[in-house]
Design a protein around this ligand. Structure first.
Ligand code: GAR
Length: 212
């Protein structure tokens, strides 16, 4: 069993940025803000929101599809300059190459964390909320996991199950789901920053019980 702590972390995002902002705010509250945020899409509101919080933001546009090695090289360069050893993906919608993931896997497990809007292994890929809603699932939620080569397949460190209320429309359903994501991701970051992660070769565990 090894126990690992975060030295420095950064955030990568593609979209609205609510999860990235939740991580930034939690990091600032704890006096451990991210070293920087990377946004790979133009026009993300997160660009201004992160700057308003005093966080360095890099806009590094990537190819719309597939792996983008040039984008990854620029990210790795920044991580090396800022001694970033953990990455948090927050609505980051791009597949990463195995060599990029390996770079953050030097202790045997991945130090890249992702949040996914479904109860994995259910609904990997895109559209987690849509599928849970249209399939009339009674329970839905999100999964926070370490990133491995298999998309949405890495070791789970936290999963939140939410009971669906019958009268919710899709907008209410996703609003509840997203708010809950934001809360969980902040608390997982807090747990990792304060207590690190234990790894037994197969399973990754937060050493601090989340009280959500
Ligand atoms: C979130 O629901 C997140 O779980 C999802 O994208 C949304 C981003 O929202 N991520 C994925 O689907 C990754 N496979 P945000 O930009 O407001 O954080």
């Amino acid at each position: 069993m090894i126990e690992v702590n975060i030295r420095n972390y950064a955030i990568m995002a593609s979209g609205q940025g609510s999860n990235a902002l939740a991580l930034i705010k939690k990091g600032l509250d704890l006096g451990r803000p991210p070293q920087f945020v990377i946004i790979n899409k133009a026009d993300s509101p997160l660009f201004e929101l992160a700057k308003e919080q005093g966080i360095k933001v890099y806009s590094i546009l990537s190819s719309p599809k597939g792996i983008d090695l040039e984008f990854e090289a620029r990210v790795l360069n920044l991580c090396e300059t800022h001694q970033v050893d953990w990455l948090f993906l927050a609505g980051f919608l791009k597949i990463l190459s195995s060599s990029f993931i390996n770079h953050f896997q030097q202790l045997g497990f991945s130090q890249i964390v992702n949040i996914h809007p479904s109860l994995l292994p259910k609904y990997p890929g895109l559209g987690g909320y849509k599928l849970a809603f249209t399939n009339n699932d009674n329970e839905f939620g999100h999964t926070i996991h370490l990133v491995t080569e298999g998309v949405d397949e890495g070791p789970v460190i936290y999963q939140k199950v939410i009971a669906r209320e019958a009268n919710w429309n899709f907008e209410e359903f996703t609003t509840v789901g997203k708010k809950s994501e934001n809360k969980s991701y902040g608390l997982v970051l807090e747990s990792l920053l304060k207590n690190g992660l234990s790894w037994d070769g197969h399973k990754a565990e937060l050493t601090w019980e989340l009280n959500i």
